[in-house]
Design a protein around this ligand. Sequence first.
Ligand SMILES: [Zn+2]
Length: 399
Amino acid sequence: MRSSEDEEQWDKPWWILQTSGKFIVGSAWYFLREKHEVCLKYKYIWSAGIPFKISFFNWRLWKQRIPIGEVLVRNRMSDGVVCGCCDDGVQETIEHLFIRCSFTNFIWRYFAGSTGVEGPFLQLKDTVYKWWNADASAKLKPVLMVVPLFICWQEWKRRNALKFGGSMSYLSMRGGVANNLILLAKQLYPWIHHLPNNWPDLVRYLTAYTPRIDCKVVYWKLPRQNTFKCNTDGSSKGNPGPSSSAFCIRDDQGNLVYAEGNMIGLSNNLSAEIVAIRLGLEYCSNNNLFPLIIETNSLATMKMVEGVWHRPWEVTIEVRRIQILKNGLEVAIVHTLREGNKLTDFMANIVFSFAGTDSICYNDFQDLPSEAKTILNMDKRQIPNLRIRKFQNGDFAQD
Ligand SMILES: [Zn+2]
């Protein structure tokens, strides 16, 4: 716990295990509980999107805890059970029922056919690992991982149906597995409309899938006449890690007024962005550079300063300082895209390369590093940058 250092308010405890600073029993439990190494095979069996009953069944199967002939014999509950799913008259063992039994083996080969997973499928665990280690596209991979679980589940359903006098044809078995896989794909990729409705087409579609590309023109906009613009940016090498904050002030012609970059010690991206705004605002306030537009490429920071978004406890003090500073001043905080904030981005990064100094500043264009001069001149002439983004997870990535 840590107390707030804001003099105007009562001291207040923060629960530092939660970003909100509020106490939740779950976070204390997570902190205290013993953590074991994550076991990959159970992680795959219990991955998201698989119905609970199917995960649970496969977990029991992996531990050989299902009431099948082999297990009943081993526990002396029966003398012998013959496989009811084929006419081979062999003992009902896990290896037979889930791999070698004729229908099941057809199913394994059918689903492997269009994927590049190679048989022969002779042993259960070996087969499962073949699917889990399959070389596939990023979108197909999560679907392939689940194929063995759905096949075993379907075979178990068929076995039980036959045992209790019902029936299940090869085609309805195949259809059952395919349906489950298509449902899973729809759940994994809800933003892809028109996913194919059969297995070979689904495999082809997910193999060839390429995200849509969006291209946008972004440029640094000149402020209105007699207005100053202060661009801010924070950078963190590792999150948390060594961090820096920078701000660059320009006039209505796009000429440099002042630029500064500071190392701020161990911090994270969000804090670095917020400190950058505070430092920029302090400088403008001390030098009376108003009216002022502060431009940040961190949407979250802008929303937190506006009080619209909830802020994590560790930035509360900085945000309060900014709010108090800007009170009564002619300041607007606006958001831009990273491509429109290049000069400050450059400043925030270059400060890392000055060994032995924690701060750099420039108030003359001629002193700027040549790369910064180029950026500033391009901005001044309103030359645009291209922002190219991939369509992912149903939306274009924001930053
Ligand atoms: Zn059989």
